[in-house]
Design a protein around this ligand. Sequence first.
Ligand code: SAM
Length: 249
Amino acid sequence: QAGLYLVATPIGTARDITLRALDLLASADALVAEDTRSLRHLMMIHGVPLDGRKVIAYHDHSKPASRAGIVALIAGGRSVAYASEAGTPLIADPGYHLVRDVLAAGFSVTSAPGPSAAINAMALAGLPTDRFLFLGFLPNKSKARREALKPFVDLPVSVILYESPKRVAALLDDLSAVAGGDRPVALCREMTKRFEQVRRGTVADVAQTVQDDPPRGECVLIVGPGEAREVDEADLEAALRAELVNNSL
Ligand code: SAM
């Protein structure tokens, strides 16, 4: 059936793909990917033939014409499967502008859910999961990172952060400055891969392990809830609005 199908792909272990994702990759009229090589590789591992279909490259920074081309395929009655490089499309990955344009043109968007590093880390952290907030990647510079953390660290919710292993030490340093060294955190590294590791403890404990044994590979940091017992709706709304404005620039 015509429409856009968002296909979640594994975050480390190829067998973490869902059967429905494989069905969609096998049956879609057109295949679109953030990284065409990784999608072709994943399909090869699972024995899903390309059958003459090309894999079209797409990134949110791609020219608007490439998005229009994908919408035109759907308008022409085609089913289009889209996968980002790993995990769930649109979660700290491209796809938002594509989804928006497909919806604006009046076509259907559906998804084959699957792995996401954010949810996997939340489940592994051993920290409260009843309320959590995803902040994705924070700015690279320390001052901007502290400013980005401040509105959220005292909220009574766990916070999910993506970070490059090179900057984990600096991130923990900034977290210690804005939330204190005794805040519980979990550093989840290389999840679902051979060297998966979760370092749990206070910010100070985990910072010490990072100094002694710098983490390699992909990392998610989960920060335990702050002290505020109630969410101040006005503060939260102001902070979320500021984030939205920053991200839509
Ligand atoms: N769309 C993906 C998802 O659903 O999780 C996220 C893509 S984002 C560009 C890549 C970041 O996700 C990495 O820098 C890391 O923070 C996190 N990540 C992805 N795979 C991971 C893994 N296996 N272990 C730990 N973190 C991972």
